[in-house]
Design a protein around this ligand. Structure first.
Ligand SMILES: Nc1nc2c(ncn2[C@@H]2O[C@H](COP(=O)(O)OP(=O)(O)OP(=O)(O)O)[C@@H](O)[C@H]2O)c(=O)[nH]1
Ligand SMILES: [Mg+2]
Length: 216
């Protein structure tokens, strides 16, 4: 049965880079992995197969968007990843009035599955449904397909909920979870949503990258 979203290639994509990178100690979008910044690596991976057009959710003083449109948070205070999701929804409503959903990805997970967008899109059965990625029994809601129809609800919730836990926001809506398998590599199974938060994570990511690149 065809899903609600007919054409995955038309889904606007927003790369979330509006965080503080406090555990990394410097803007992790420009951290180097295999001699390429995470920003360049992830933008290239998005362009490679799945989606367009790409915008970057980041602060207004971002040094280099690499040609992507800059979509800053509209609410101040760095209220977490959902502030970026809200900015993505608002930007989509303005610039792509026919789009029912916007896709988000974080800046710090360079091995995300290449079939992310079509698999999330297939799970959506109606205009108000969210689809999020999961792996190894863990949700990864920053990898999501978000209906722009719930922007007003998110805008109200984010400034009024004290804890601002993503799972609490998800509980307000119909959510489709899409499970992705670990990737077999010569050094063991890799969680495709492996997340780089610290300098130690970056060192580990180099090992995974070398393992992936050693594969035929
Ligand atoms: N727009 C926006 N994005 C955010 C915010 N906080 C986190 N993010 C993004 O959400 C994703 C996951 O967040 P984290 O992995 O915690 O990244 P971070 O907040 O930069 O890093 P830490 O300060 O170490 O927690 C990343 O892509 C961040 O850029 C925020 O307040 N606003
Ligand atoms: Mg992270």
């Amino acid at each position: 049965m065809p899903g609600f979203i007919a054409n995955t290639e038309d889904i606007p994509v927003v790369l979330l880079a509006g965080g503080r990178s406090s555990r990394m100690g410097a803007n992790k979008a420009f951290s180097l992995l295999g001699e390429e910044s995470l920003l360049a690596r992830i933008a290239a991976r998005i362009a490679q197969r799945q989606m367009k057009p790409i915008a970057l959710n980041a602060d207004t003083d971002w040094p280099d968007t690499m040609g992507m449109d800059l979509v800053p948070d509209r609410i101040p205070g760095k209220l977490g990843p959902l502030a970026g999701v809200l900015a993505a929804m608002q930007d989509t409503t303005l610039r792509y009035p026919h789009a029912s959903h916007v896709a988000t990805l974080p800046i710090d997970s360079p091995f995300f599955p290449l079939d992310l967008a079509p698999r999330l899109a297939q799970a959506i059965e109606g205009p108000n449904e969210i689809a999020i990625a999961a792996s190894l029994s863990q949700d990864h809601p920053v990898f999501g397909l978000w209906p722009v129809s719930i922007a007003a609800d998110l805008g109200t919730w984010i400034v009024s909920d004290e804890k601002r836990r993503v799972r609490d926001f998800l509980a307000r809506h119909q959510v489709r979870r899409v499970d992705f398998a670990a990737v077999e590599t010569p050094i063991g199974p890799l969680d495709p949503f492996f997340n780089i938060n610290t300098p130690a994570d970056l060192i580990e990511a180099e090992k995974w990258l070398a393992a992936l690149e050693s594969m035929p």
